[in-house]
Design a protein around this ligand. Sequence first.
Ligand code: SF4
Length: 375
Amino acid sequence: MTEREYKVYVTPDGRQTVVDPDFDFIPLLPEDFKIISQPPPYDFVPSYQRTRKIVVPGLSAEDLSQINTHDLWKMHDRALKEGAMSSLSSGDLNLLDLKIELARREIQNCKLCGWMCAVNRFVQKGTYCGLEAEAFYSSLIAHIAEEPVITPCMMIKLLGCSLRCKTCNASEGLNLEQGKKLTKSVWDEMKEINGYEKTIALQLFGGNPDESVFSILRVLKGLSGDFKKPIVWNNHGYGSKTIYRMLQGVVDIWMPDFKYGNNMCGREVSGVLDYWDIAVQGIEQIINHDVKVIIRILLLPGHVDCCYKNILEWLSSYSDKIFVSIIDNYIPDWKALQDPNLNRMVPAEEIERIRDLITYYGLRDVWDNAKDFWR
Ligand code: SF4
């Protein structure tokens, strides 16, 4: 992989913000910079390791072509619910194999995101995500400043996204030609990244990873049995029910960006329909998976009353099941630079109101409550 380039913003008051800093960037940071880390317990076993040991009763590779997708989903749900670990004998399919087959079928009539455009991605590009069947990534990053419970974090930056947020700080990720095809060689490549051995989690982000689930699952199948890092899925919150169903038993930490507290702002800023309806349906689904959930909220200027208040109030019903992470260092980029409502920083008083609302609604900020995360 070629050397990384860094994006560094300098604000009018002289503050510098680097996007996705990694171990190579440390010499350029102030001497008092510290990596804040709250690792998982030493005996942590990632969900997908268990999933690939669950035998799907009555399913062999030869059977697959005879079974319709509806029935395969039923077998999937049953195996997830009842699946005990057992030793595979030759010819048996495990639950991860079944998920890969389901992902292969789903992208032939793709409804993985809220657009539900029903494209066959083996023959044409997704209408909004622009992706065919294969996934592409632009970089591997051993990130040193994500949320403490996943830092340092090994990250795969996938290309392609079905949203077009005016505020995107990774718009270069829409150009798939600049990426490398995702194959299982990524695991060897990852080990060459400076700091890899110190990382405590593996994060899929982008772009957005949902649209690339078929390739990601196939690649996960090739990951070694002694890999112990939790898998973190950072998506845009616009995934359909199918994506969350497919990733149950694969993802250990869900980290959706909850962007808008109503459908209108989703349309205005990200160009998507029904954002709120789709996001709440997806987040409810993952909360019921009984996994770790961090809801990320990237604050934009002027959206406290229309968006964040609604989001935090809605999340308050799940305050004992989730953590929130407020990203308050927004800097205008891409199309936001031409939009007077977005071409400004978030005022300090808005950040303060959000902090007060988090307390008011009894929510736990993951930065302040990292010690409780793995309990
Ligand atoms: S991921 Fe979304 S945009 Fe892409 S093909 Fe599927 S439904 Fe369409």
